[in-house]
Design a protein around this ligand. Sequence first.
Ligand code: COA
Length: 332
Amino acid sequence: MAGIKIIGTGKYVPETVSTNEDFTKIVDTSDEWITQRTGIKTRHMSDGEPSWYMGMKAGAQAIESAGLSPDDIDMVICTSVTGDYYTPATANIVQGKLNIHHAFSIDINCACAGFVYALDMARRYLSVGEDVQNILIVSPENITKLVDYTDRSTCVLFGDGAGAAVVTRSEGFYHSYLETDGSGADKIYAQSARPGNAFTNREKAESFKELFPQGKEHYMYMAGNDVYRFATTKMPEALEKACAKAGFTPADLDIIIPHQANARIITTAAKNLKLPMEKFYVNIEHYGNISSACIPICLHELREAGRLHSGDKVGLVGFGAGLIFGACVFEY
Ligand code: COA
């Protein structure tokens, strides 16, 4: 199977920025605690921009930076877990707003690992036949609408924004390792509307117990310590397995872009892999965790800074609700 080439990237973040100091006014916390335990200083937070809007902005920039026009795009994959509607797919709305004609669009829900999973899916579409040449991946997230701002252990972690990339086929290598563990689905979740209609038997409905009983309304519940342990073991494992398929080790990668959930998770993963932190790109200080938008925003910043060179060995590694994790390594 062929590899992939990232030929364009884009990013959009809302104007409003919240600092750690701002959080001390709404919950019992401190700049010192947040900085030491998470590495986060500020986050961009939606001023009401819907996810489709952020995806459209980042997507337009990605198409332009690829030197393409919207009609060169054959497929749109959107990775948002915070779509604006149950239906239609956010990918469809973004496609329409960007005036991309003759393409098909798909939403995937792979939580914070969404971009890694979308890239892997894109590569498989690109590898089969000639009908798909250029794929736009958009990763817009309005995570803060799922955040309970009375829960100090989660509210300080998240921000909003979008990343995007245009991907095409290449002859370079590409390998991945993806895995999910559904038995950990209760470790991070946010509930949708409960079942019910005009004819629902209320008594019977009550007999269906909550699958995950700890949640509060539609807000995100997270077992922070369990997720921390999961992330620090599974990130190294995914990277090692993807590299092994490519015939090298993570030490051979030029740059590793990890999901940005907590700076301490990245430091511990680096230690477990016996790698220096210089190999890892980290921007969590400015954005917090923006779920699936983190990795494409990092990619965009690295490209803009001229830090990615043709032939570089790049590793992407994500994890998140599901529980889900995965890594891909490819020649840039
Ligand atoms: N400010 C001050 N104190 C806080 C706090 C905050 N914002 N949040 C939690 N605390 C307190 C706790 O209440 C606890 O107090 P106690 O000892 O009196 O009970 C203490 O700090 C330690 O809590 P703990 O949960 O053990 O802290 P931690 O060092 O594990 O950090 C997380 C908590 C959430 C930052 C960390 O577990 C984490 O990052 N987990 C992974 C989350 C993640 O990656 N989620 C997204 C996945 S995509």
